[in-house]
Design a protein around this ligand. Structure first.
Ligand SMILES: [Fe+2]
Length: 254
């Protein structure tokens, strides 16, 4: 499995507190079946964020430590870029940190961001050659029922990422309902851990993998946890994801 959202780099944000915790998180990811982990520290344009080079250096530091400890986890550099009116200019300047240096990047919107703010921004980012991935949409717009506006953004070239724990009920029933609704409507392209620590928000996708298979059937977990993230890192279009059937949803909710 490939996990494209984590706060594993020590000292850059509210994720891993130090190198020991970063290594512990990587060990948990590996033990759970993750082979590739993207390090995506929070990136706030107005708060002097780390440069792509700063992030690359931190990734290399962790890679060196993993190699020293014999842990064969592949790390990819990225960031979780916060919504900001300056993003189009930064995109044109080529300074937005993207996943593995490709066209895709994680875009984090504040809770309940008005969907009206997004189409023009997405248009500008696409013109600059970038593909935003809306981070943890089920939490940002928790409680949402009508996701028609999100389909419009997907038509513009956005992808949607949902947090693995949302499918397992650990982030509350609101996030779980929203995650299920998005999956049912074909609006989930990636599932990732958004891991912040080795304890309260650890990495790990296998539990969500089992849930996705139960909910959407064979092939759903592979599409969302393997094929789609691999396509994103290759700068390609993600594959279609099997949709949950009514029968499966009925048994899922029992
Ligand atoms: Fe995050």
């Amino acid at each position: 499995m490939l996990d494209l959202h984590s706060h594993v780099l020590p000292g850059l944000d509210d994720g891993a507190a130090d190198m020991a915790e970063a290594v512990a998180m990587c060990r948990l990811a590996l033990d759970d079946g993750t082979k590739v982990l993207a390090a995506t520290p929070h990136w706030y344009p107005s708060r002097q964020p780390p440069t792509a080079q700063d992030i690359a250096l931190a990734v290399q530091g962790l890679r060196d430590e993993l190699a020293a400890q014999g842990l064969p986890l592949d790390l990819v550099a990225g960031a979780e870029v916060a919504l900001d009116p300056d993003l189009p200019r930064l995109a044109r300047a080529g300074v937005l940190p993207t996943l593995g240096g490709g066209p895709y990047f994680l875009l984090e919107c504040p809770p309940h961001t008005s969907p009206r703010l997004l189409p023009d921004l997405i248009y500008s980012l696409r013109l600059a050659g970038l593909r935003p991935i809306l981070a943890h949409a089920e939490r940002t717009w928790e409680g949402g029922r009508d996701w028609g506006w999100l389909s419009g953004l997907v038509d513009q070239g956005c992808l949607v990422q949902v947090t693995a724990m949302s499918f397992t009920d650990r982030l509350g029933s609101g996030a779980k309902k929203a995650a299920e609704a998005l999956l049912t409507q074909g609006l989930v392209h990636l599932v990732a851990s958004d891991a912040h620590s080795a304890s309260w928000r650890p990495p790990g996708l296998s539990e969500a993998s089992a849930m996705l298979e139960r909910l959407a059937g064979p092939g759903a977990a592979e599409a969302l946890l393997c094929l789609a993230p691999a396509a994103v890192l290759a700068g390609e279009e993600p594959p279609p994801v099997p949709l949950p059937t009514r029968r499966r949803m009925f048994f899922w909710r029992k």
